[in-house]
Unconditional design. Structure first.
Lengths: 315, 583, 304
């Protein structure tokens, strides 16, 4: 087991190096650079800009720039933002709780809706409830979250003169403000999130229900409900779990746009700003971290596979 | 009843202020009249208090209270935190390296200048477009013993903010020397606008500034939002002022996260006793027009601001916030000019007939009516003029919509099938709309194909700032520094590196030279008129239709009257040391 | 190829079983599948209206009408007018052109490119396979939307670049599935026999692999299409897609955000159209999958 984990972790290294190289290359292709971004509205003189480029080391050969960045990144130091001179670690640390809260709430809401809906839908296959929840599933996949977000924020303002509070709030210090800030974005993201999970839950539960051992259990006289809880869910959860894990990318992508609409200043907003500002250093950090989280989650999922299903042996 | 008493009070004050106001020099005469315009009673470190508050009346042209003209309360109250949305993208806080209004937005409450324009509420007759100079960190207006030589006395008893590494030491003449020399080292300041020969500390509280050549704009320059007094300790520690902002000003910057928020707390050792009234300021990042509007409606900000709101948007605001003060500044909030221009050294910009035809071929008035509804809008003209003309000048033939005449001009130039390219950036949806409108009208009215390329705002501003516009552009000219002659010489003089449209016009150069060196007010006025005539007659750049600027504020906020000379970017960040809040 | 890998590969949320199927039976199923048929009709209708936008649009999408700012729907303007008095219906029709062109082409190109890469990688194997698959690993571990965002920023904002970005994002998933199909088919006895009896590589690919892979690719493409429409709209919404005066649904929604007080229709019309389009495409995708995928075929999934 430990050997397996170490091997998987080692396998992550080339992927992370690849991601950072790829993003490094892409970022350097972006037209303009961060110091040009700063001269918006004739802010920086050309000399000052050149001097800043020089100071930031952007005039050095690209391989040197990359190696230096990678060297620091290995020590988990993502350097200083080119744009606002702040430590990237610090801004990520500041932004992370916001995105984490959004992602956690969205996943909780999503799973809380999806799994019961999916299971019931499969158990009463063909019933009106099944049709309704499946319609919800397709709808959730089809209505983009930025569409609901825009409608929500526009009509809340139009009808109730209400906007979600801006700025950074803490769950612990200002819980009420925090709830106001997160309730709509996490509901919206959660609803989109739940759609795919619900569909997956339903189809895997259906699949498991057709398996021989379920038939055997029913033949033995077990009632449908205990069968569902005892046997089906446990087996059906595996692919659902996988899917939920792979949706981290979806949540991060979703957070870029939802944070934009709801003026939240999380990782999504940082990423979007960094792209607009040509802040290479931040783009590299975010992409590499995202890849790391993605790979790490996949590992966790595989481990939990083994834990949930003893038949799977990790080698 | 309370209100009546106030009103009487204000009338009395106003009369007193008007009498005193006679001593105040206008900007046009600034260069010459400096010595005469010192307001001696301002040199003491005492607050002018509510007594200095001008009433909004009598009105200057172009200002209207569309809702709830503010009354003022007699006694200012201490306490409260002001909340506002601000563009907070500034990457560096260094006033020397970055003249961006976004940088200035952040540091303005922190620093003082040697001189300053009066806050709106200090003016005898409030005029948001007028520069009335008075000493700030200087003890009095300077002496000007010979052309290009200025003797400036430093205000006694001023301390730097008690923040390391400056840690509350006294502000001295040496600081003035250090600051001016630092600015002059920067190419942008040093060559054109601050040609410093030397700064000598002639007495512990006195500096003598000598310029290489006489410049009539030194004092307005030293009152500019961006020429602030800087402490040498910060430069010694960090190399520059990009990371820390520590000044002598009313507020201490306690937290700044670019792109997120800024927070200030009151400077307890501020040199004006009793100021600021409020305990602090919190800026939220300004995301976009719609969000900012919604935030004001939801009472999250004390101040709201909108450019070019249509009648429908304005109605939403006034319906939702019946209590709010809404101020409309119909014209001349001239921190910026939205313009369209083509490079003067190649086609079509090198042919005045074509440029004129392109300007006459689309209907600015129709666009304005379409976008702003029943709200007034303006075509401001190509450059700030408020300090130079008493009333709106005629913008000349180029602004008269006349497709027939435009077609005639095109065929006279032998260009009946003209194709032109320009670049623009999405400063606002309104500007994008206007470009689409222009494109459509030029096509239908003149058969001209306008290839308007929407480029990234970063790419766009680089081109503008480095004078590398390919063909033409539609967008924003930052009239920085604020004082028009200064920015004019930077932008349009043939020797300037920021001459974006490669204008090489001897008459223009001559007019600009005269405008910036002459010490005779009448000559300056004449020079500005000459410059103006060239800019509208030729016409190198033309302006587009712009809606008014709106400021709206909560009835809890008092003594807030914007003045553009104290504002880095038209956002109304000013005189916050002067405002107070109801609980 | 397991379902897990497929859904990981796509970054979307579908469960796809990998076995091929036969067309004839599927066509009969299509007749028994009213929802699928309805979605097909809607999608075809959208495609036709995009193609014939020029003929269908009552006005020019760029013609401004002074005095008609943000008028609600009326007989003159069925879907109202926008902030410049332009006809919203006409703009939506032309917008369909942009949105559908970008999404269909990007899915087409992405799937094709992914298929070719996967086929080469799977057929030739060895170090080539190894390198290609590691590159795909790398691309796949960056969240799709983030990656598309960076690509568009790097290439510049235009609908063509959005097309490229979506196509690139689709490649790794498709290539994985294709590779799996190739490996599976190659291991079958009759293919091994064909190879052994001297059939050329091209022949094996054409005779045995392509027919087996087509269903898989169709399923993938139909599933990716909805996502492509959403990504296109999202990028346009953020101002990174189609540029004015080109109308695009996402862009129109973003514009609506600034004028919702006077023109709420500017918000809800693009919202409904985007949602209905994606809905139709997704349900069509579901039906395609049901028809082509024998594992689900037995179930009621086909009847949705």
């Amino acid at each position: 087991m430990a050997q397996y984990i170490v091997r998987r972790l080692l396998l992550m290294v080339p992927v992370l190096v690849g991601v950072s190289l790829l993003v490094f290359a892409l970022a350097r292709v972006l037209p303009g650079d961060v110091f040009v971004a700063q001269s918006v509205n004739s802010g920086l003189s050309p000399e000052a800009r050149e001097q800043l480029r020089e100071e930031a080391g952007l005039n050095r050969p690209l391989p040197v720039q990359y190696l230096e960045w990678a060297g620091n990144a290995v020590r988990l130091d993502f350097g200083e933002s080119l744009y606002n001179k702040q430590s990237v670690n610090k801004s990520l640390k500041r932004a992370f709780p916001i995105t984490l809260e959004l992602a956690l709430l969205a996943s909780l809401i999503g799973i809380a809706i999806a799994i019961p809906l999916g299971v019931i839908s499969a158990a009463w296959q063909g019933s009106p409830f099944d049709y309704l929840s499946r319609f919800f599933g397709v709808l959730g996949l089809s209505v983009p979250n930025f569409v609901i977000g825009t409608l929500t924020i526009s009509y809340l303002a139009l009808w109730f003169h209400w906007t979600p509070p801006g700025g950074k709030t803490s769950v612990f210090e200002e819980p009420w403000l925090n709830i106001q800030q997160f309730v709509f974005p996490s509901l919206i993201l959660g609803a989109s999130f739940s759609a795919s999970i619900m569909r997956m839950t339903r189809s895997t539960v259906l699949g498991v229900l057709r398996e021989d051992y379920i038939r055997t259990a029913r033949a033995k006289g077990l009632y449908p409900r205990p069968i569902l809880i005892g046997h089906v869910l446990r087996n059906a959860l595996l692919p659902v779990l996988t899917l939920a894990g792979t949706q981290v990318g979806f949540l991060l992508g979703g957070s870029v746009i939802i944070e934009n609409i709801f003026s939240l200043t999380g990782i999504g907003a940082i990423t979007f700003d960094a792209i607009n500002n040509r802040d290479y250093i931040v783009i590299q950090a975010v992409a590499t971290l995202a890849a790391f989280v993605f790979a790490g989650l996949n590992l966790l999922i595989d481990l939990s596979y083994a834990w949930l299903d003893p038949r799977i042996r990790l080698a | 009843m309370d209100r009546d008493r106030e009103n009487n009070y204000w009338k009395r004050i106003q009369r007193r202020q008007l009498l005193k106001g006679a001593a105040v020099a206008g900007v046009g005469a600034a260069g010459l009249a400096l010595v005469g315009c010192g307001d001696d009673d301002n040199t003491k470190n005492t607050p002018t208090g509510p007594a200095a508050t001008a009433t909004p009346n009598p009105k200057v042209d172009g200002i209207a209270w569309t809702q709830n003209e503010p009354g003022s309360k007699l006694a200012p109250k201490a306490g409260g935190t002001l909340k506002y949305g601000a563009p907070l993208r500034a990457a560096t806080l260094d006033p020397i390296k970055s003249t961006s209004f976004e940088t200035a937005n952040v540091y303005t409450p922190v620093y003082n200048k040697l001189f300053r324009g009066k806050f709106g509420s200090e003016m005898a007759v409030w005029n948001p477009w007028k520069l009335e100079l008075q000493p700030d960190l200087a003890a009095s207006m300077p002496e000007n013993p010979s052309p290009g030589v200025y003797v400036i006395k430093v205000r006694p008893g001023v301390k730097w903010q008690d923040v390391a590494p400056v840690s509350g030491r006294a502000f001295t003449a040496d600081d003035v020397k250090f600051t001016l020399e630092s600015y002059a080292k920067s190419a942008e300041f040093g060559t054109v606008i601050l040609p410093l020969d030397k700064v000598e500390v002639t007495a512990p509280d006195t500096v003598t500034v000598t310029l290489k050549q006489p410049r009539n704009f030194l004092i307005p320059l030293l009152a500019e939002c961006r020429v602030v007094m800087l402490p040498k300790e910060v430069a010694a520690a960090d190399g520059d002022f990009s990371k820390k902002a520590i000044g002598t000003g009313p507020f201490i910057l306690s937290e700044y996260t670019a792109g997120t928020s800024a927070a200030y707390k009151k400077n307890p050792n501020y040199h004006v006793q009793g100021r600021p009234y409020i305990d602090g300021i919190n800026y939220d990042v300004y995301k976009d027009e719609a969000t900012s509007r919604a935030n004001f409606i939801a009472d999250k900000y004390h101040i709201g601001r909108g450019d070019g709101l249509g009648s429908d948007q304005l109605k939403t605001i006034s319906d939702a916030r019946k209590d709010a003060v809404i101020l409309r500044m119909q014209s001349r909030w001239q921190t910026s000019v939205f313009h369209t221009a083509f490079r003067a050294d190649k086609s079509p910009g090198n042919d005045p007939r074509l440029v004129k035809a392109l300007s006459k071929g689309w209907d600015r008035q129709a666009f304005g009516k379409l976008t702003f509804g029943t709200e007034p809008f303006n075509v401001l003209g190509p450059y700030p003029w408020a300090d130079w003309f008493d009333k709106e000048p005629d913008l000349g033939d180029a602004y008269r919509f006349d497709p027939t005449a435009a077609k005639a001009l095109l065929s006279a130039a032998g260009q009946t099938d003209l194709k032109v390219t320009f670049e623009y950036a999405q400063y606002s949806q309104g500007l994008v709309d206007q470009v689409q409108f222009m494109k459509e009208q030029l096509k239908t009215n003149l058969g001209v194909t306008l290839d308007a390329q929407l480029v990234d705002i970063v790419a766009y501003s680089t081109k503008l700032a480095t004078a590398s516009v390919e063909n033409g552009a539609v967008g924003f000219i930052g009239t920085i520094p604020r004082y028009a002659p200064l920015s004019a010489i930077l932008l349009w003089h043939s020797t300037s590196t920021r001459n974006t449209y490669k204008i090489k016009d001897n008459d223009m150069d001559a007019a600009l030279d005269k405008l910036t060196t002459s010490t005779v007010p009448a000559d300056q006025k004449q020079a500005f008129q000459a410059f103006w005539n060239i800019l509208v007659g030729r016409p190198y750049i033309t302006s587009v239709a712009e809606g008014p600027t709106y400021f709206m504020w909560s009835p809890k906020l008092h003594n807030y009257l914007p003045n553009e000379y104290h504002d880095p970017g038209g956002w109304g960040y000013q005189a916050f040391e002067n405002v107070w809040l109801d609980a | 190829m397991t379902s897990r890998e497929t859904s990981v590969a796509l970054g979307f949320e579908y469960y796809i079983a990998p076995l091929p199927s036969r067309w004839r039976r599927s066509l009969r199923l299509a007749r028994q599948n009213p929802v699928g048929t309805l979605s097909l009709v809607v999608v075809l209708g959208l495609l036709l209206s995009a193609v014939f936008a020029g003929q269908l649009a009552p006005y020019s999408p760029t013609a401004v009408a002074t005095g008609l700012r943000l008028e609600g729907p009326s007989g003159e303007h069925l879907l109202g007018t926008d902030q410049l008095g332009r006809d919203v219906l006409s703009r939506m029709l032309y917008g369909a052109r942009v949105s559908l062109r970008v999404s269909f082409l990007s899915v087409g190109i992405g799937t094709l490119a992914g298929a070719v890469i996967g086929m080469i990688s799977g057929y030739f194997g060895g170090w080539l396979d190894l390198i290609v698959q590691r590159v795909m690993d790398i691309v796949m571990s960056i969240p799709a939307f983030l990656f598309a965002l960076v690509i568009v920023a790097a290439l510049g904002t235009s609908s063509t670049n959005v097309l490229i970005a979506i196509a690139v994002v689709l490649i790794p998933g498709t290539s994985r599935v294709m590779r799996a199909v190739v490996l599976q088919v190659r291991s079958r006895a009759y293919v091994e026999a064909a190879s052994a009896s001297g059939a050329s590589g091209m022949r094996v690919i054409a005779r045995h692999i392509v027919p087996n892979a087509i269903d898989e690719m169709l399923i993938l493409a139909s599933v990716a299409l909805g996502a492509a429409i959403i990504i296109e709209a999202a990028l346009s919404f953020l101002g990174l897609g189609a540029q004015p005066p080109e109308a695009s649904w996402g862009k129109m929604l973003a514009e609506g955000r600034g004028v919702y007080e006077k023109g709420p229709h500017m918000v809800w019309i693009p919202s409904i159209v985007i949602s209905v389009t994606v809905l139709a495409v997704n349900m069509l995708g579901d039906s395609v999958r049901d028809i082509l995928d024998p594992k689900v075929r037995g179930g009621s999934e086909t009847r949705f």
